[in-house]
Ligand binder design. Sequence first.
Ligand code: G1P
Length: 298
Amino acid sequence: MTYKVRTAVFPVAGLGTRFLPASKVVPKEMLPVVDMPLIQYAANEAVEAGCRTLVFVVNRYKHAIADYFDTAYELEHRLEMKGRADLLDRVRSTLPDGVRCVFVTQSEARGLGHAVLCARPVVGDEPFAVLLPDDLIWNRGKGALAQMVEVAERERGSVVAVEDVPREKTGSYGIVSLADAGQAHGDALRMAAIVEKPAPERAPSTLGVVGRYVLSGGIFGALAATPPGAGNEIQLTDAIEALIEAGDPVWAYRFAGTRYDCGNKLGLVQATLRYALDDAELRAPTLAHLREVLDGSG
Ligand code: G1P
């Protein structure tokens, strides 16, 4: 059987309390970085990696996400009448041809693992990707997920994105320990264990999980058998640990790119600056304004 990643799952049923009061009405995934919402960056990364079915795991407060990916006939008609081909392109670029969206409801907040399990009827037994849109990964070259899909299809196994995190922060991440160095296949590092949000003194390493995963279909069986863990939620991390214990190959991958934690205010500010400074039109005026602010004149 081929190992091909065609489906991406976006667990987007979280509350977004760090962005209250904005997130009272605007789902945090719809917060913009310059001119695109976070969910669009994640969708683009999935499409670039070859995914053609995008599964959004939502709840009743996230209807804006479905609206966003839907066709906006009236708006498109008006832009057409005004001859604004440039804007029409932007509006239509939310979903390229040949890519379909599926919306699945997670009616109870039972954790990330439970959210992923909700996508099982759509995904089936195939390998698939999971992207947490809060983690925005900036890179000039190939996107992080495309890099991971290459590794997963080559190794025919699950791949989890990792990066080094400060030891005092291990309690915010899944933390990975690696099998002996002999088991590294090029850029893929064989995982020996993974644990959700360990206290710094108990963390087996400082290699933290970032919100990008390629998972073999077997994860669904593991998730169905996973009891609530950290925070009394069904954790994806615990199901990945079960895969490892069952002898399934799971690889840790240090992606090329910079990750911004846009689930936090500071991360969103930093990402906004990064994307603004990367934009041909915005770079000079953004730098000029930063200089004014830093000089105390702005
Ligand atoms: C989730 C995962 C955690 C991972 C993190 C990456 O945690 O449970 O293992 O390290 O995403 O962003 P959350 O940030 O949803 O608490």
